[in-house]
Design a protein around this ligand. Structure first.
Ligand code: SF4
Ligand code: SF4
Length: 237
């Protein structure tokens, strides 16, 4: 194969739900500076499982959360292997890997990469919100030196006057502010209040999940049309 069709690979063979490419120069920690192109991969969450979240997280969602994270990590590793076989450097940033438990942050924000890839904006609930799936998806990121140029980043919230997630949060952790790329996560959500609520269920469910502000979001509630998600084509000679 002389040309690399990452989108076709991920979408058709691996069934990624959403995919975008992001130029990440200036947005990465130093250790990743040699890999300045990001691939943001999203997999849709099950609608019935999200709809089952009415007042508390449940075991079905906890299992689904783990399963989707494994699936995303698998997609990312397959993508890394694909790039490496074609003599590019690449690494995956795992889904939901927290490295700082004080700030509840990982190596890199998957959501930030996704906004730079033009996939969606950050909602008032501090989650990526997409037109196709709302916040009902999970993300993983691949960084590479392969020059995969993407669409224009999304830089404005499209939440408008909606307050559905603010009202749905059982501990009042969502402040109700609209996001811009300069907005810190703490300005949107009290992560400590959120984590305290989630911690109440962690032992019973075996996963740090809540999902009530995902379920409440009106975006992505309807089934998207059957079309090509994200970019239309990305070729690398
Ligand atoms: S995950 Fe739950 S506790 Fe955290 S902000 Fe959303 S609704 Fe509130
Ligand atoms: S529920 Fe409304 S305010 Fe919250 S993220 Fe979704 S669209 Fe934005």
């Amino acid at each position: 194969m002389s040309k690399l069709h990452i989108q076709e690979l991920l979408r058709s063979e691996f069934h990624a739900s959403l995919l975008g490419f992001a130029e990440m120069q200036g947005y990465l920690p130093k250790e990743f500076a040699e890999l300045p192109y990001g691939i943001s991969i999203g997999v849709q969450l099950s609608r019935p499982i999200i709809d089952s979240l009415q007042s508390a997280p449940n075991k079905l969602y906890a299992y689904h959360y783990h399963a989707i994270n494994h699936y995303l990590n698998d997609l990312a590793i397959q993508t890394v292997n694909y790039l490496q076989k074609r003599e590019h450097q690449a690494l995956s940033i795992p889904a939901s890997l927290t490295i700082n438990w004080k700030t509840h942050e990982g190596h890199l924000s998957h959501k930030m990469v996704a906004t730079r890839a033009g996939l969606g904006w950050i909602g008032k609930n501090a989650l990526l919100v997409t037109n196709e799936f709302g916040p009902r998806l999970r993300l993983v990121t691949v960084l590479t030196d392969a020059p995969l140029r993407g669409k224009r980043p999304i830089t404005a919230s499209q939440c408008g006057d909606c307050q559905a997630c603010v009202k749905a949060c059982p501990v009042g952790a969502i402040h109700g502010k609209a996001w811009t790329p300069k907005t810190d996560r703490e300005a949107l959500v009290d992560v400590h209040k959120c984590a305290e609520f989630i911690d109440q269920y962690k032992a019973e469910l075996g996963a740090p999940v809540c999902g009530l502000c995902v379920q409440a979001c009106p975006k992505g509630r309807r089934e998207p049309k059957n079309r090509l998600w994200g970019e239309t084509s990305q070729e690398l000679v």
